[in-house]
Write a protein that binds this ligand. Structure first.
Ligand SMILES: [Zn+2]
Length: 343
């Protein structure tokens, strides 16, 4: 089985042939169809949390695939099921993490990994989907879509007509715009440094796009919000001065939600007094999403044409080309990028 292995931090991934371990209690053997790429993997490659003690290891936490075999104790899935692979825990057993063989050495892996053609996954990182549902779209339920909708529904609890500002219109940013639009936030303001991303976000319900490299951000916001602060402000960039700005432009009774994570050692400076009253500053943990409850809702919405993810996947790569896919991700210009693992 081919896999992209992180052998050394801050270096390209290596495509290697790995041997799968035997299935143990609560584990499921999955043949991957597609994987997404998100900021979390880039952070792992770049070792932003400090030295990586698990090297060499596998990566990836959103994918789709087909169950080949279930291990002892697994009750929620059976052979042949189509599944979403997600990083948030759900129903079922949380198994041990698997160890793969690469020649004579061991490759570590978490409960879920998706930069590999086949994987041993913990039962609680898998959710069954209908067999006729598009596997490419399903991949996005592993992280991007579920996180974004969770941020809007569970963290920000946006009310109809509340104003929202979203910093960064990348993969999660686009889905945040979509979710904000579906709960009727108004206006929905997106800030980015690339015009292409702003025009893409407009297709998903963005009311106003601000290119912060071209205009005075505060002046523009003032104009759009008629001098008011925003009810909800979400940062997806993890850039410290952007986080500070996001907090600053949040209404005194509003919420600042952090989705992006700064590098270790990069600190933000804020005036905390408003937090003693009604202002809320919160870091989101995957939008508190519950995959087994949320994924079926999204599938229903899509099947009933109340939601579409058409156009959100802008690029596809084969596993062998994964380093090019990662380079493209780093340029910040793509929508969602998929890795096709059905080689
Ligand atoms: Zn992710």
């Amino acid at each position: 089985m081919k896999a992209a292995v992180l052998v050394e931090s801050k270096k390209p991934l290596k495509i290697e042939n790995l041997e799968l371990p035997e299935l143990s209690f609560g584990q499921v053997h999955v043949k991957l169809k597609y994987s997404g790429i998100c900021g979390a993997q880039i952070n792992e490659i770049d070792a932003v949390k400090g030295p990586d003690k698990f090297l060499p290891h596998l990566l990836g936490h959103e994918g789709s695939g087909i169950v080949i075999k279930v291990g002892e104790g697994v009750t929620t899935l059976e052979e042949g099921d189509h599944v979403v692979l997600h990083w948030r825990p759900s129903k079922g057993i949380e198994s041990q993490t698997p160890k793969y063989k690469m020649g004579n050495s061991t490759v570590n892996a978490g409960w879920v990994t998706t930069f590999n053609e086949e994987a041993i996954i913990s039962e609680n990182r898998l959710t069954r989907i209908p067999k006729d549902f598009d596997m490419k779209v399903a991949t996005l339920f592993g992280c991007a879509v579920t996180t974004a909708f969770g941020v809007i529904n569970n963290d920000a609890m946006v009310k109809v007509g509340q104003s929202i500002v979203i910093f960064g219109l990348g993969g999660v940013g686009l889905n945040l715009v979509q979710a904000a639009s579906m709960v009727s936030a108004n206006p929905i303001i997106g800030i980015d440094i690339l015009d292409e991303k702003i025009s893409m976000a407009k297709k998903f319900g963005l009311s106003y796009g601000i290119n912060s490299t071209k205009v005075d951000l505060e002046k523009e916001l003032n104009k759009i919000l008629k001098g008011n602060d925003a009810d909800v402000v979400i940062d997806t960039t993890g850039i410290t001065n952007v986080i500070e700005k996001a907090y600053e432009i949040t209404h005194k009774d509003g919420k600042t939600i952090l989705v992006g994570v700064p590098k270790k050692g990069e600190n933000v400076s804020i005036y905390t007094l408003p937090l003693h009253f009604k202002k809320i500053l919160k870091g989101s943990e995957g939008g508190d999403c519950k995959p087994d409850e949320d994924i079926p809702r999204f599938i229903n919405l899509i099947n009933d044409s109340k939601m579409t993810l058409d156009g959100i996947i802008t690029h596809e790569f084969k596993l062998d080309e994964i380093n090019s896919a990662i380079d493209l991700f780093r340029q910040n210009k793509a929508g969602r990028i998929l890795i096709d693992l059905d080689g």
